[in-house]
Write a protein that binds this ligand. Structure first.
Ligand code: SF4
Length: 450
């Protein structure tokens, strides 16, 4: 909430009646300011104050959802300028542009690549989520048919793009249940597209003439018409200027609480570059700052994978390490004679170690201890991967019932815990494994339970 407790207090009835569950209006105001209470708990607040408090409590950048179901893309809703301040919450949707002037094999190729271009990474599926369906001839029937084809085949969230209002009316009317983003209201068609977006209840992009002033004029007009779900395209196609505008928009929304720019943005990387590789560089720029939807002319694995990773890294909460669940992971169908390895639950460590074990084809048990997402060395230094903690985990986790040998392999970087661990696990041999995960296959091939 933007208002302080004292500012909120000034808007409350100040009768201290206690009906809200706390004894005074000031205490209630403080709870509201810290997000611990909701305004409707006070039955006596005036309509005027309600309106003011509701608008003040709205997020500085409106969250907008495009599409429905599993592939719906939520953008906006950000509250910080820099990821290290808190976290970025809604990653940009990565979209592929498909046009009505493309032939069937080209369209089908993009649909196929959309489905195939997916990567498993630290337990997450990295993939594209959107298509920009672009009309090049003003033909509403063609735009609708292509959008349906793409949507039916992929389930992707859609951006319906046309300069022709009638074409957009036709496509948005047919596909309104799939909540496409209508692209784009300009100074020439703002009334008609504002009306359309309201009628079909879909989000609407605005496109300026290359200035922020033109965007502001459009959003003010559309919010005046009652529209809330807007997405901004300044119209700029020069990378440097577009980059600066993204920062100005974000700063204006967050620092100045300037509502006309308090919306997520859409960037047409395909219109700012020549060739897919250059588009990828443009897209990478706006993944970092501060794109909501980023469109490329095609999707190819060698282009998308780095973008997916960049997006994952930037939109991962830096204060919460990614973790794997504590437990025993059987890999390659282990039995009672298979080696037992132990590691930490930092997600990246888990996936690298389990991947190396899997590729070795040696059946093994991987015991993953909860180290609060810290890597082996950090957890060891912090006392969360000590001989005592690992010993307690091994004693409790149930691995002793699964094997008949008494050997455990610890990570090479945690060699220092071996003595203490042997004390915790009487009768067990503690073996120090390789430091680098890449050496695990070789190590396991030479391992013997006897
Ligand atoms: S219910 Fe409203 S008027 Fe009564 S104490 Fe709470 S905030 Fe004040």
């Amino acid at each position: 909430m933007g208002l302080t407790g004292i500012q909120i207090f000034k808007l409350l009835p100040k009768t201290n009646c206690g009906d809200c569950g706390v004894p005074t209006c000031l205490a209630f105001a403080m709870n509201l300011a810290s997000g611990k209470a909701e305004l409707d708990k006070c039955p006596h607040v005036s309509d005027e104050a309600k309106e003011q408090l509701a608008s003040e409590s709205a997020p500085p950048i409106r969250p907008v959802t495009i599409g429905t179901g599993d592939l719906a893309v939520k953008i906006g809703g950000e509250t910080v300028l820099f990821r290290h301040e808190k976290t970025f919450v809604n990653p940009p949707g990565l979209a592929t542009v498909v046009s009505t002037d493309e032939d069937d094999p080209s369209v089908q190729g993009k649909i196929d690549r959309f489905k195939e271009c997916q990567f498993d990474r630290v337990g997450l599926l990295l993939k594209s989520e959107m298509f920009v369906v672009s009309d090049t001839s003003g033909d509403g029937a063609k735009l609708t048919a292509l959008a349906k084809k793409v949507s039916d085949a992929t389930g992707a969230a859609l951006v319906l793009k046309s300069d022709n209002v009638d074409a957009l009316k036709s496509a948005a009317g047919e596909l309104k249940d799939r909540k496409p983003l209508i692209y784009a209201a300009t100074s020439a068609n703002v009334d008609a597209l504002g009306e359309l977006a309201r009628e079909v209840a879909c989000p609407l992009a605005v496109k300026g003439d290359g200035t922020l002033e033109s965007v502001i004029a459009l959003t003010e007009k559309l919010t005046g018409m009652g529209l809330k779900d807007l997405v901004l395209d300044t119209g700029t196609r020069d990378l440097k200027k577009a980059f600066e505008e993204q920062i100005k928009i974000r700063r204006a929304a967050l620092k100045d609480k300037f509502r006309p720019l308090g919306f997520p943005t859409i960037l047409m990387a395909n219109e700012m570059a020549e060739g897919l590789m250059e588009e990828a560089l443009v897209a990478a720029t706006f993944v970092a700052k501060y794109g909501g939807v980023i469109a490329l002319s095609d999707l190819q694995p060698h282009v998308m994978f780095p973008l997916f990773l960049e997006r994952l890294n930037i939109y991962t909460d830096p204060q919460r390490p990614m973790t794997a669940e504590q437990g025993i992971y059987p890999i390659n169908n282990p039995d009672e004679n298979s080696p037992v390895l132990v590691t930490c639950n930092f997600s990246l460590t888990y996936f690298i170690v389990s991947g190396e074990i899997e590729s070795s084809r040696v059946p093994a048990w991987l015991c993953v201890q909860d180290t609060e997402g810290l890597s082996v060395m950090t957890a060891w230094a912090a006392g969360k991967f000590s001989g005592e903690s690992v010993g307690q985990f091994i004693n409790k986790c149930g691995i002793k019932d699964k094997v008949k040998h008494q050997k455990i392999v610890i990570p090479g970087y945690a060699a220092g815990i071996s003595g203490e661990l042997e004390e915790e696990l009487p009768g067990w041999s503690v073996m120090v494994g390789p430091r680098e995960a890449s050496q695990i296959p070789k190590y396991l091939k030479g391992w013997s339970s006897s």
